[in-house]
Design a binder for this molecule. Structure first.
Ligand code: ZN
Length: 138
């Protein structure tokens, strides 16, 4: 069995943002040489997510609005976590959007549904953060 590990680094210039990382993960798959197996992609930070959905800007705007309703950033003082920091909402947004995805690898390709793409979701940006890609298989 082959095993491949790589860290992808991101520095989203705003507090929040979504980044399509599908091509980065596909590059990892090519580098791994695995043609049949599984690919795990996870955020290595508790205020960021990795998720799969549509690459459509209207949907991403809707996510932003929806997440802000569920866990508004302001008022910062409304959260017990915010003692010396202001990112309680980012922890909650991360929880909702998820930590990781697993994608099947078939015949050397990520075995997606038609509109599935992999995204990095940043909720407390303006600093360098990592995503782990782990690929196992033959
Ligand atoms: Zn925090």
């Amino acid at each position: 069995m082959k095993s491949f590990r790589k860290e992808l680094w991101f520095n989203v210039p705003a507090r929040r943002g979504f980044v399509n990382i599908t091509r980065d993960v596909e590059a990892c798959l090519k580098e791994s040489g695995v043609t049949e197996g599984l690919c795990l992609v996870n955020a290595m930070h508790i205020t960021a997510s990795v998720f799969i959905n549509d690459d459509e800007s209207g949907l991403h705007h809707d996510y932003e609005t929806w997440l802000e309703k569920l866990a508004p950033h302001e008022p910062v003082s409304g959260y017990s976590h915010n003692v010396g920091e202001d990112n309680a909402d980012a922890h909650m947004k991360r929880q909702i959007m998820g930590r990781e995805v697993v994608v099947a690898i078939t015949e050397g390709r990520l075995d997606f549904g038609t509109w599935e793409r992999i995204f990095y979701g940043e909720f407390d940006g303006r600093r360098k953060k990592r995503v782990l890609v782990k690929i196992i298989g033959e």
